[in-house]
Write a protein that binds this ligand. Structure first.
Ligand code: DQQ
Length: 564
């Protein structure tokens, strides 16, 4: 297919679906192309060999294997024909593909098998609840279980003949196009399972609660677990306990004085994953967010990131977070390359000791891919200076850098609190201030026609310091068809006492950054035209007027993971 045909098809086939949250390009849903040998394919971030992927579904650990299911179009590089593709892994880094686990076959899912979650039932029996699009195009919730529990690969799944187990009716007044994405279920002290399904009533987003004694007959609770006026449709809810202290994870059914609860929702209107920290009142089956934990405050990732899901890894006793990262390229380019969408590196997730936010860190297994370490001695980076980080494959790397600032009086004064993303787009890496921007230039071309910058900038605001973390894609590619939006957030660190640390995972078209030791994450997609493969260079930079000190700089070339 030629580029002009693709453009024409794209132009004429854009139909914004009302039932789905994804753009629907009907004519392109089954268009495939060759996706081998391309500069933007990732080497260690999860993606299938070709075609479209979106949400991670039903992650679980069974028989010593991690199972990942995901929304997948087997026929093309745009959303459509959705099935649950299936891969397994021993380490969350290297993955083996299996045949799709769940695909349309019953009247309750004949028009699509959408997102859902897995629960381990007593006796270690996996069970999946997922959204089916039925023959009337209604969203309903279905059940599937493995055919053979002695197969650790869980290759075959059997759907319940009783499907759907939860459905919109005239009595329950559930909106049949806003009823999807069941969570992992949890077991109450009364022996009843609970599960949440994302929904909305007019603009009120909500997590509808169902209870069941046997996992088959589900009864809708009178009240949702939680709802918020004006938040719009809640997709892919996730509800789980975290220990008040420490980094260990706990099973989804755990409750007690020593845990807090997290409710995450993917806001369809904003296309971001927001979470709240609060208390779960099990007697009332209600979630009460902490006062400062309003739905629009905390995000898992301040870049491109959506439809995430956690699961409890009972092997290493940790909670793991998986998320979908869509492309920032044009649909025409996606079709040309033959694929679209990746997943982030699985992240361990726990409550920060302040109790105010979560912390995320790439699973330790990813460090097995590190090779050829480069360690630079602590040094002062003068204002206006660029420090090359040589000796690593800059398009496939893991970098950790920490800064110390001393001249805090030089911090720019911020009179009015401003949205950090707006601050990042107004004050990109070329705009100097007293303290910052300083950080990393990744995917830099020789001559710096192209680069992506991830950096800090420090402000003084009402006698306090605000540390801004930005990922600036404005100069990332000479191809201006890409979305070059800058992303940013404030990081809850105190530059007087804390080090300003940044870890960035670089992988051909992904820049996944962790600021403040995992307190702020930003993931960006970039498509350099010059800074590809061995033409990419990596630098530390300081474009502020004051000097900063690099207290640590370690970088590694990353080996390729075995993914398909
Ligand atoms: N993606 C799925 C839905 C979900 C949305 C469809 C979120 O179940 O609400 O592919 O990206």
């Amino acid at each position: 297919m030629t580029m002009s045909t693709i453009w024409l098809l794209t132009l004429f086939s854009v139909i914004y679906g009302s039932a789905a949250t994804h753009h629907i390009y009907r004519n392109l849903q089954s268009v495939s192309s060759d996706s081998s040998n391309q500069p933007y394919r990732t080497a260690y971030h999860f993606q299938p060999p070709n075609n479209w992927i979106n949400d991670p579904n039903g992650p679980l650990r069974y028989g010593g294997l991690y199972h990942l299911f995901y929304q997948y179009n087997p026929k093309g590089a745009v959303w459509g024909n959705i099935v649950w593709a299936h891969s397994v892994s021993r380490d969350l880094v290297n993955w083996t593909p299996l045949d799709p686990a769940i695909f349309p076959s019953q009247s309750s899912d004949i028009n699509g098998c959408w997102s859902g979650s897995a629960t381990l039932l007593p006796g270690n029996k996996p069970a999946i609840l997922y959204t089916g699009i039925d023959s009337l195009n209604q969203q309903v919730q279905n059940f599937a279980q493995p055919k053979n529990l002695s197969d650790p690969f869980l290759r075959e799944w059997v759907k319940s003949p009783k499907n759907p187990l939860m459905a919109p009716t005239s009595a329950n007044k559930i909106n049949s196009s806003s009823f999807r994405d069941p969570t992992t279920a949890w077991l109450g002290k009364d022996g009843h399972w609970r599960v949440l399904v994302g929904s909305k009533r007019r603009t009120r987003g909500m997590a509808i609660l169902y209870r069941s004694k046997d996992f088959v007959k589900w009864v809708q609770a009178k009240h949702p677990l939680h709802s918020t006026l004006g938040s719009g449709m809640w997709e892919c809810p996730d509800f789980f306990p975290v220990l008040s202290n420490g980094q260990l994870g706990v099973d989804t059914s755990v409750n007690g004085e020593y845990v807090r609860h997290v409710l995450k929702v993917s806001l369809d209107d904003k296309k971001h994953d927001y979470y709240m920290i609060g208390s779960y009142n099990a007697a009332k089956d209600a979630f009460i967010p902490d006062e400062e934990s309003n739905i629009f405050v905390l995000r898992y990732d301040y870049g491109k990131y959506y439809a995430s899901k956690t699961f409890f890894d009972d092997g290493k006793k940790r909670r793991i977070l998986l998320g979908w990262v869509n492309e920032s390229s044009s649909v025409a380019d996606d079709i040309k390359k033959g694929w679209s969408g990746i997943h982030t590196i699985p992240r361990a997730i726990w409550l920060h000791k302040s109790g105010r936010q979560l912390v995320q860190w790439p699973v330790e297994e990813v460090e097995k891919l590190r090779a050829y370490p480069v360690n630079l001695l602590p040094q002062v980076l003068k204002g206006g200076k660029l420090l090359p980080i040589n000796g690593v494959t800059a398009s496939q790397a893991d970098v950790e850098i920490s800064f110390e600032v001393s001249k805090l009086r030089k911090a720019e004064v911020l009179d009015y609190w401003t949205d950090p993303q707006i601050l990042c787009s107004k004050k990109g890496s070329s705009v100097k201030s007293g303290l910052g921007p300083f950080g990393l230039l990744v995917f830099a071309s020789e001559g710096l026609q192209e680069y992506t910058s991830v950096f800090f900038r420090i402000f003084r605001h009402q006698h306090k310091y605000l540390v801004l973390l930005c990922s600036d894609q404005n100069r990332s590619s000479l191809n201006k068809d890409n979305d070059l939006t800058s992303y940013g957030t404030f990081v809850d660190v105190d530059p007087l006492h804390d080090k300003l640390s940044l870890r960035t995972l670089i992988d051909h078209s992904v820049v996944e950054s962790f600021g403040g030791e995992g307190r702020a994450c930003i993931t960006a997609r970039v498509y350099p035209t010059l800074a590809i493969n061995d033409k990419a260079q990596l630098y530390a930079f300081n474009n502020g007027t004051a000097d900063v000190k690099i207290t640590r700089l370690s970088a590694w070339s990353m080996k390729k993971a075995q993914i398909h």
